[in-house]
Write a protein that binds this ligand. Structure first.
Ligand code: ZN
Length: 144
């Protein structure tokens, strides 16, 4: 198991813009504040969303398209680097008007209203590298 420890940096609260693209908004905010690594949560609502489940045999994402208003019951994510650029990894549990939930890897969504709570992390650069076993871009902590 590989790991790395980080110091806590700034803590941000941010309201994401109505009608903005969820993932791009978080990326844009991080870029503006020069945050390179972070963990975050989001609550709020989206107008529509695209979730995905990773097919562990085919090594590809199976998409789940949700074209309706949904509550963000829970959303966790982190920010690290991939190819030297900020990369956002997000998972969400979204609920419809009946309370039925959909969950998975969040590809993107259109923001209705959303509150981002973001904890900046300070320390060695955290890069993602292609992992042959899983087919995913996983954290590479370097030599231990
Ligand atoms: Zn994921």
């Amino acid at each position: 198991m590989q790991s790395e420890s980080y110091k806590l940096g700034r803590f941000f609260l941010c309201g994401l813009k109505h009608n903005s693209a969820f993932v791009q908004s978080i990326k844009k905010f991080a870029k503006e504040k020069r945050v390179m690594m972070a963990v975050f949560t989001v609550i709020g609502a989206v107008k529509k969303a695209k979730l995905a489940c990773y097919d562990q045999v085919k090594h590809e994402y199976q998409q789940i398209k949700l074209d309706k208003p949904l509550e963000i019951a829970s959303c966790f994510g982190n920010l690290s680097l991939k190819d030297g650029k900020p990369f956002v990894h997000l998972h969400a549990v979204l609920a419809d008007e009946t309370g039925k939930t959909y969950a998975g890897h969040l590809i993107n969504a259109t923001v209705f209203a959303a509150e981002l709570h973001l904890q900046e992390l300070l320390g060695n650069k955290l890069e993602r590298e292609y992992d042959q076993t899983t087919g995913l871009a996983l954290w590479e902590f370097g030599e231990q």
